[in-house]
Design a protein around this ligand. Structure first.
Ligand SMILES: [Fe+2]
Length: 304
């Protein structure tokens, strides 16, 4: 069992900070909780920590880092040691480097992605509160997801990436995509909670970001998310459909910098004894888009 509690945050690089803030507040419907000169901090309405998304002004789009929240400082130090033993380059990010955050351990995967583990972040709570709460607050805007749900990254050596997350960080592989001969791994979906996935990799260039998934209530909310995209003149890359992998319901689109976003719901729960589901590469179309049964070109090509 892992002492990692959950996915905590994604820091995304964006080209035009103000345009991006407009998009993430009006279209996605996140709430701004803090600002610095080159960073804006946001959270979804159902999240109680200070932020789950950081937008960082940059010359290139993509992901600065993905961070997981760990149970306590003792577990964080144990994980730090194990990560070092695995051979990852590691550093400490001191408290106060970013708003509302305590110290973090930062390391680089062999796929080139930067990850962080942390325990401390200011809790700001939700508008519904913790005492006799209403099911949702007034004044929600846009898609208004409950939370940041998962991220998908691309990389070359997915076997090592999977070994790292399962053996070192205690994730479970819920689903995998293998070549038809079973030799190579071309997709790996992993969970550190009881969700279908918290993090996934598909085969592709190292250090690239594929998408951030935001969780909404149900199929109608996915449909409504697509309505909100059209109302805001945001192109949907893939209109609402179902994934074979995770059985989730989905719509894909892009932020103004070209970072892919997803409104996602449903799918199964996975427990500690969940057996890994296998897809063969010849069925990858069905695995990703269950109805269309084939990939669209942009889906593999548009990465940041
Ligand atoms: Fe997704």
């Amino acid at each position: 069992m892992s002492e990692i509690l959950r996915l905590g945050r994604l820091e995304l690089r964006v080209l035009d900070l103000e345009e991006s803030v407009k998009y993430y507040t009006n279209v996605i419907g996140l709430e701004v909780t803090g600002r610095e000169e080159n960073r804006v901090y946001l959270k979804a309405w159902d999240e109680y920590d200070h932020h789950s998304i950081i937008l960082q002004k940059s010359d290139t789009a993509g992901m600065d880092h993905m961070a997981f929240k760990v149970k306590d400082i003792y577990e964080l130090e144990k994980l730090e040691y194990k990560i070092e033993q695995f051979g990852c380059k590691l550093s400490r990010i001191s408290k106060g480097t970013r708003l509302a955050e305590g110290e973090a351990v930062r390391f680089q995967l062999l796929t080139g992605h930067h990850m962080e583990l942390y325990t401390e972040i200011e809790q700001v709570g939700t508008k519904t509160g913790n005492l006799n709460p209403d099911p949702w607050p007034d004044g929600l805007k846009g898609i208004a997801p409950h939370r940041l749900d998962h991220a998908l990254l691309t990389g070359d050596d997915l076997k090592t990436a999977t070994r790292f997350f399962t053996e070192v960080l205690g994730f479970r592989q819920t689903e995998k995509i293998v070549t038809v001969d079973g030799e190579d791994l071309v997709g790996s979906f992993m969970s550190v909670t009881n969700k279908g996935h918290d993090l996934a990799f598909v085969k592709g260039p190292d250090a690239k970001f594929h998408h951030a998934g935001f969780y909404v209530d149900n199929w109608y909310e996915v449909l409504k998310a697509a309505d909100i995209l059209t109302k805001n003149n945001v192109q949907a890359e893939v209109t609402p459909t179902r994934h074979g992998i995770t059985r989730g319901l989905t719509v894909y689109f892009f932020d103004p910098s070209g970072n892919r976003n997803e409104a996602y719901t449903s799918g199964y729960m996975s427990y500690a004894d969940f057996p890994t589901i296998t897809w063969t590469e010849d069925k990858i179309g069905t695995g990703i888009f269950y109805h269309r049964r084939e990939l669209i070109e942009s889906f593999s090509r548009a990465l940041t």
